[in-house]
Design a protein around this ligand. Structure first.
Ligand SMILES: NC(=O)c1ccc[n+]([C@@H]2O[C@H](COP(=O)([O-])OP(=O)(O)OC[C@H]3O[C@@H](n4cnc5c(N)ncnc54)[C@H](OP(=O)(O)O)[C@@H]3O)[C@@H](O)[C@H]2O)c1
Length: 259
């Protein structure tokens, strides 16, 4: 086994073109790193973290000068922005082999105290982005008769969680989107799956107090947070040719967490 998780032999994503949303930080950055290490050419977008995105792009280009890695600013909740992003990605890589819908936000609060603006931001960013990023690419993917769409949901969208009603609604929406689209495009050779992480050690958990984090960790059978890299490995597997017969699934990467 090599550092990029590949067995000896050809890299699992060699020659694959991948588009990743929200690649500047956290799980998205881990997906970009692993995908490029496994042989893929990657275009990713970011919104606020321009410096982190450019640093990641530069890191990938230095480590793998033979592979394309491009970072573009585009806001996933803006349909026009994402149309332009898809066009730029196709111009750079051709029709992608995989689209990873990863960008997401939380605005946690008890539902009774959730302002409509927070609700809208979470739904538009997490669920609206499924339309905005996928719609411009689905016809090219189905015409080419091969491809993978991988959507990052959450265990919260499967099981619910207090204080996360808007987030749970958006992530449950992603799961419905995944299952329905999977059935629509399976005949055209395109797979659509969701990966549902549990508690993963990224900036997204930064707002949680140490006490709350300890309480939540105690509820995870594996007794620890997951890493962004552990999620990235599942995503890259689903993007590879080894996963061609897996579609419409929700795969939890959560150390057994199920609340
Ligand atoms: N961490 C967890 O415990 C956990 C658990 C379950 C599911 N997830 C899901 O995993 C995904 C990644 O989360 P993470 O933990 O890596 O979070 P993170 O560290 O906060 O990173 C979020 C990423 O999404 C991007 N993003 C956010 N809003 C955007 C927008 N409007 N347009 C474009 N990009 C946007 C950010 O880019 P900029 O910084 O450039 O704006 C950043 O790259 C999300 O869908 C999240 O819901 C996370």
């Amino acid at each position: 086994m090599t550092a990029d998780g590949a067995s000896a032999g050809p890299l699992p994503l060699a020659g694959k073109a991948m588009v990743v949303t929200g690649g500047s930080r956290g799980i998205g950055a881990a997906i970009v790193r692993l995908a490029v290490a496994q042989g893929a050419e990657v275009v990713f977008n970011y919104h606020r973290s321009a410096k982190a995105a450019q640093a990641l792009r530069d890191e990938m280009r230095a480590a793998y000068p033979d592979r394309q890695c491009m970072a573009l600013r585009a806001q996933v909740s803006d349909a026009a922005d994402m149309e332009n992003f898809a066009e730029a990605a196709i111009e750079c890589l051709g029709t992608p082999d995989a689209l990873v819908n990863n960008a997401g936000v939380t605005r946690d609060s008890a539902f009774a105290r959730t302002p409509r603006t927070d609700w809208d931001e979470v739904i538009e960013t997490n669920l609206g982005s499924m339309y905005n990023a996928t719609h411009p690419l689905i016809v090219p993917l189905t015409k080419r008769k091969r491809g993978a769409v991988i959507n990052i949901a959450s265990t919260t969208g499967v099981h619910g969680a207090p204080g996360q009603v808007s987030y749970a609604a958006s992530k449950a929406g992603i799961i419905g989107f995944t299952k329905a689209l999977a059935k629509e495009v399976a005949g055209a050779g395109v797979t659509v799956n969701a990966v549902a992480p549990g508690l993963i050690d990224t900036d997204m958990l930064a707002g949680l107090s140490d006490d709350k984090l300890e309480l939540l960790t105690a509820m995870i059978p594996a007794r620890r947070l997951g890493t962004a890299d552990e999620v990235a490995h599942m995503v890259c597997f689903l993007a590879s040719d080894h996963a061609r017969y897996i579609t419409g699934q929700v795969i939890e990467v959560a150390g057994g967490f199920a609340l």
